[in-house]
Design a protein around this ligand. Structure first.
Ligand code: RIB
Ligand code: CA
Length: 298
């Protein structure tokens, strides 16, 4: 059983909601808590609560985290579609523990047991490492949707910078160089798991409230991006807690190259047997989409 904390910027791209549902619907995973990051973390927490209720589990606690970037030196991107069509309820978040405190307490009280699955910018995790440096020796692993090395088969089709790193490159740099064991689930593999509008309609066919809601969110995001496809980036990171064999990896060290400009935050990967990052380079797309369909959209 994999005990995880899911750290998410749920609400902007629709794939975080799918990832959360997959975690809740997978018996191999025990979701200890959800932490939100980047921008309006309270709205994100309410969206997470709504998706959890639809997935059949409202018991897991949600902890809002850091709003700004680590150094307060970059504007926070807010799409404006967050929560649209979800009829989110007004849970009071006043007395809830801060995400960074929750992450530190949970990892330090359970040495070697907790995996941090990060599917948003790395600000909460960086802040937790600054506050408690021993976190990096006590976390089981960080499974991170973030970055891109362009060393796999789809290299030429990939952009040089990935969103979660781009939003807070200083935080990402701190996490990569912390020495914590990391599984990097970057665009090298997540751009291989796209779905089209037709796929989205097929996924809605079961008609369950969860499938209908998630596919509406997916449609809303495709409309917002003005394209007929989208990627299941974050669900792939969660799926690797169910079946690591879905990907092939190489061990590397990762350095984040960034400067004051925007966009910035190139993840430079170098093969290194002593490195702390296992970088996913290829993925079994069909098996992953089958898993997603069977667990979330049935
Ligand atoms: O680059 C992909 C990442 O950015 C994913 O986490 C997705 O949810 C978007 O926020
Ligand atoms: Ca995300």
């Amino acid at each position: 059983m994999n005990r995880i904390i899911l750290d998410t910027d749920i609400g902007t791209d629709s794939d975080d909601a799918v990832a959360l549902s997959l975690a809740l619907r997978s018996p191999e995973i025990k979701l200890e808590g959800v932490t939100t990051v980047y921008g309006n973390v309270h709205v994100r927490a309410k969206i997470a609560k709504k998706i959890m209720a639809l997935s059949g589990d409202s018991e897991v606690n949600v902890y809002p985290g850091v709003v700004q970037t680590l150094l307060h030196n970059r504007e926070v991107f807010w799409a404006g579609i967050e929560g649209e069509g979800l009829d989110i309820e007004d849970h009071s978040m006043k007395d809830v523990k801060h995400a960074v405190d929750y992450i530190i307490e949970t990892v330090m009280n359970n040495p070697g047991e907790i995996t941090l699955v990060t599917i948003g910018p790395l600000t909460n995790i960086a802040a937790a490492i600054i506050r408690e440096p021993r976190l990096v020796r006590n976390v089981k692993e960080i499974v991170m949707m973030g970055g891109v090395v362009r060393l796999g088969s789809s290299a030429v089709e990939l952009p040089p910078i990935e969103h979660n790193v781009k939003c807070d490159p200083e935080a990402a740099s701190l996490v990569f160089s912390s020495g914590a064991p990391i599984l990097m689930v970057g665009l090298d593999v997540t751009r291989q798991v796209s779905i089209t509008r037709q796929d989205k309609d097929d996924l809605a066919a079961s008609g369950t409230p969860l499938a209908v809601t998630l596919t509406k969110q997916i449609e809303g995001y495709m409309d917002y991006r003005k394209r007929d496809f989208t990627f299941m980036h974050d669900p792939l990171a969660v799926a690797l807690l169910v079946n690591r064999q879905l990907v092939t990896t190489r061990r590397m060290s990762i350095q984040v190259d960034y400067d004051h400009r925007h966009p910035t935050g190139i993840t430079v990967g170098e093969l290194n047997e002593e490195g702390n990052v296992e970088v996913c380079l290829e993925v079994d797309r069909e098996s992953f989409l089958k898993l997603l369909k069977e667990r979330v959209f049935c």
